[in-house]
Design a protein around this ligand. Structure first.
Ligand code: HEC
Ligand code: HEC
Ligand code: HEC
Ligand code: HEC
Ligand code: HEC
Length: 201
């Protein structure tokens, strides 16, 4: 009698339960996965804006001089809160009301401004909804944008350069003081949290 109950559990109940768990996990994984946000993702933007030209400091691949504009001139939120924010067309018009107004892309840009139409930039980096991330805590400890985003100032068209998997966050959180010893003294950089609730709230 006892043997047949055990037998039933081992041969039928257990495999069926396992199958359901694996099937549910697989389906949820593929349904909830966003195909867009991964290394190499490089959407086409409404205006052909170049970081290489605006934020770079050396000669660009098409032979112009990089203008070296500070990242935070446009991404004003990075040191203040969660999001870096992408600039509104007004920020561009600080210069393009007069700069390069004869070029087709700038005429397109100016039309957005005159029609009061927001520029809908395609998002390139995005974490799933269940993850909490805050730019300011990282940036204010002296971590450079490039540590997470790669060499943006060399990109004529931005692509995601580094993976944003949980293992990548944790790898830096564990090793940050060894990896950035100068920042330990300079900004008081510590290890990042590894407890689940820090990033999943
Ligand atoms: C003159 C304004 C300007 C400057 C300066 C600037 N950016 Fe940007 N940035 C933009 C605009 C506009 C976009 C959206 C279009 C695009 O992706 O090219 C953007 C997009 C990005 C993105 C991708 C955002 C997303 O959707 O995931 C990152 C990352 C980024 N910038 C980082 C930087 C870094 C790092 C610097 C400094 C080296 C910098 N930016 C300098 C205007 C600027
Ligand atoms: C510790 C890693 C890290 C650093 C350092 C970092 N970023 Fe990000 N960045 C991210 C992550 C992660 C996202 C996606 C955030 C999300 O989906 O909530 C992101 C998203 C962005 C975006 C898209 C809009 C937004 O805020 O979600 C822009 C623009 C951006 N970063 C610019 C910058 C700039 C400029 C710097 C440097 C001043 C910088 N980042 C430094 C990790 C980083
Ligand atoms: C600090 C001044 C400044 C700001 C701010 C600025 N630009 Fe520019 N931009 C320039 C200058 C100057 C040029 C011309 C550079 C050259 O041709 O050598 C230029 C060139 C360009 C070009 C290339 C035009 C072409 O076809 O040759 C585009 C597109 C452009 N900017 C878009 C933008 C957008 C979009 C923004 C806002 C997110 C922006 N710019 C913000 C100064 C600026
Ligand atoms: C390049 C290194 C690095 C990467 C990559 C990184 N972090 Fe961090 N993070 C840190 C450091 C260092 C701290 C602690 C800063 C301090 O307090 O000194 C921190 C702190 C935090 C905190 C605690 C502060 C707060 O906002 O509550 C959270 C949450 C966090 N990181 C989330 C993330 C997530 C999510 C990712 C991945 C998408 C990530 N981090 C990637 C270095 C990193
Ligand atoms: C430093 C930030 C951070 C910490 C700490 C963290 N996670 Fe995550 N987690 C992430 C990020 C970012 C993602 C989304 C990217 C991915 O799927 O790897 C994620 C995704 C997940 C997922 C979904 C995986 C999938 O395939 O979609 C689960 C489940 C998860 N985390 C559980 C945990 C548990 C349990 C802990 C504690 C032991 C934990 N996390 C701690 C950042 C973190």
């Amino acid at each position: 009698m006892r043997k047949s109950v055990l037998d039933y559990i081992l041969r039928i109940y257990l495999p069926v339960t396992l199958l359901i768990v694996v099937a549910t996990y697989t389906v949820t994984y593929f349904v909830s996965r966003d195909e867009r946000y991964h290394v190499g993702y490089q959407p086409t933007q409404p205006i052909n804006y170049s970081h290489e030209l605006h934020a770079g400091t050396v000669k660009t691949s098409d032979g112009r001089m990089g203008m070296g504009i500070d990242c935070q001139y446009c991404h004003t939120g990075v040191s203040k809160g969660r999001h870096a924010n992408v600039p509104a067309v007004e920020t561009c018009m600080n210069c393009h009301a007069v700069a390069a107004t004869d070029r087709p892309e700038i005429q397109k840009l100016t039309a957005y401004y005159k029609d009061n139409k927001p520029l809908e930039w395609e998002r390139i980096h995005k974490l799933p909804e269940h993850v909490y991330f805050n730019h300011s805590v990282h940036v204010n400890k002296g971590l450079a944008c490039q540590e997470c985003h790669g060499p943006i100032q060399t990109m004529a068209k931005v692509a995601q350069a580094k993976p944003f998997m949980m293992s990548n966050c944790l790898d830096c959180h564990r090793n940050a003081p060894q990896r950035y010893p100068h920042l330990v003294n300079l900004t008081g950089l510590k290890k990042g949290p590894e407890n689940c609730a820090a990033c999943h709230r």
